[in-house]
Design a protein around this ligand. Structure first.
Ligand code: PLP
Length: 434
């Protein structure tokens, strides 16, 4: 393969995948070796990628290799890397106000994005609720906010979450997270009164009520409308409607953690829109501001009953992150959600077609641009993710043996075909007898 010519950032978006030196190349190896002794060993670094710059769906490493990013910085660079409209909004905001603290003072974008998010949540399904928003820096903070709000509003301590669910790594959200035991190991005791039901099975919540958790002690049911880190699993159609009924029956808040499935990822602004089930609280973060640190807890006004001072944050809702968020939401609404739905169908169909009969693959599933390819074994998933990297395709694992595809929502048809082809070739290579 030939070395890419020196190019502007915008040109990078139009470049093909190009591996000019086996990754990690010499510069990447040197820089990673220098950085590692200074980093927390808790970071994962699933493969040795040292990124120099990124544009659209393409990522260039420090050795000049160009990759297709089918993971979008963990489903976060929704509008593509360094979208010009987002970059301009960030630059313009940085010239006038970088920080003042949204907990204590007002500034224009804060109210605007909260109003916008409330209007978007209103469209999930029939409801006449007024919605109010608390902004955060991250997904886990949005989950923490919902735990506090639910407890404060109901006066109850209990929480129901689901096996396979991922809600973050701070101690409250970690108490809900149940996708892998390594996330919880040696961090206990976690929050008491947290119970885990089976994902996709609303009857298992009733089982918990009958056996270990009296429903009148339960503040909230927290659920991902599509399971993310736990394996990109779309639940049965009756799951969310049944949870809504159960929550209503017992005066429990229904919290949708859309940190991964929200902001257009599934082809609609929120995955909940596919069912029309309206929750009491919606959590978003990844994808809301194209990678700037922003998250949100959006709740019905009737449950936002906590008083001034009961929750806040110094930096959350930072003006620059909000500017990126407003630009991102504009792009999602204008065309990207529709693109995610259309190209998502195409990519899933292509992957299913190219992987049919492959001994490596047991299932292709998902919705929109949240697509999982389940492999025969965890070891194979790991080998394939690594081989994809070496061939110029960035993907991540999820669940125990699934590769997730969560590319930027700007991906086009030709790119979808290219990555399906490349992935199929990698699966073939990985499963070929040695
Ligand atoms: N909730 C879900 C569904 C997630 O997928 C994640 C992160 O992957 C989180 C919460 C935590 O988000 P963050 O990593 O921004 O804290």
């Amino acid at each position: 393969m030939t070395a890419p010519a020196k190019s502007s950032l915008a040109d990078l978006a139009a470049q093909p995948i190009s591996i000019v030196t086996d990754p990690p190349g010499p510069r990447a190896r040197e820089m990673i070796a220098r950085a590692l002794p200074h980093l927390s060993p808790s970071l994962i670094h699933c493969y040795p990628l040292m990124v120099k710059r990124a544009s659209g769906c393409m990522v260039e490493d420090v050795d000049g290799n160009v990759y297709f990013d089918a993971e979008a910085g963990v489903a976060t660079a929704s509008t593509g890397h360094c979208h010009p409209a987002v970059a301009e909004a960030i630059a313009a905001q940085a010239e006038v106000l970088i920080h003042i603290c949204g907990t204590d003072f007002h500034y224009p974008g804060y109210g605007e994005i909260c109003e916008r998010l409330g209007a978007l949540v209103q469209r999930i399904g029939p409801n006449s609720h007024h919605w109010q928003t608390f902004l955060t820096n991250s997904g886990t903070e949005a989950v923490e906010a919902s735990i506090k709000l639910a407890r404060h509003h109901t006066g109850r301590p209990g929480l129901i979450a689901f096996r396979g669910g991922f809600h973050g790594r701070t101690l409250g959200s970690l108490s809900l997270t149940a996708s892998k035991s390594k996330y919880r190991r040696r961090f206990g005791p976690l929050l008491p009164n947290v119970f885990h039901a089976r994902y996709g099975d609303a009857a298992s919540v009733e089982e918990l009520f009958a056996t270990v958790a009296s429903p009148d002690d339960v503040a909230a049911i927290v659920v991902e409308p599509v399971l993310g880190e736990g394996g990109y699993i779309v639940p049965p159609a009756d799951f969310l409607p049944r949870l809504r009924e159960i929550a209503d029956k017992h005066g429990i808040l229904l919290v949708f953690d859309e940190v991964q499935s929200g902001m257009g990822r599934t082809g609609k602004m929120f995955a909940a829109e596919h069912t029309g089930v309206v929750p009491d609280v919606v959590l978003v973060a990844k994808g809301i501001a194209s990678g700037m640190p922003l998250g949100a807890m959006i709740a019905r006004k009737q449950v936002m009953t906590w008083p001034a001072g009961s929750h806040g944050s110094t930096i959350a809702g930072n003006p620059v992150a909000i500017a990126a968020g407003l630009a991102t939401i504009g792009l999602l609404e204008k065309e990207l959600n529709a693109n995610a739905a259309r190209v998502g169908d195409l990519l899933k169909a292509r992957l299913a077609d190219r992987l049919r009969g492959s001994p490596a693959v047991t299932e292709v599933r998902g919705v929109g641009l949240m697509i999982g390819v389940e492999l025969a074994t965890p070891a194979l998933a790991h080998v394939i993710a690594d081989l994809c990297f070496r061939r110029g395709l960035l993907v991540l694992e999820c669940g125990s043996k699934t590769i997730r595809f969560s590319p930027p929502l700007i991906i086009d048809d030709a790119q979808a075909r290219t990555i399906a082809e490349l992935f199929a070739a990698v699966c073939k290579e990985a499963s070929a007898p040695a």
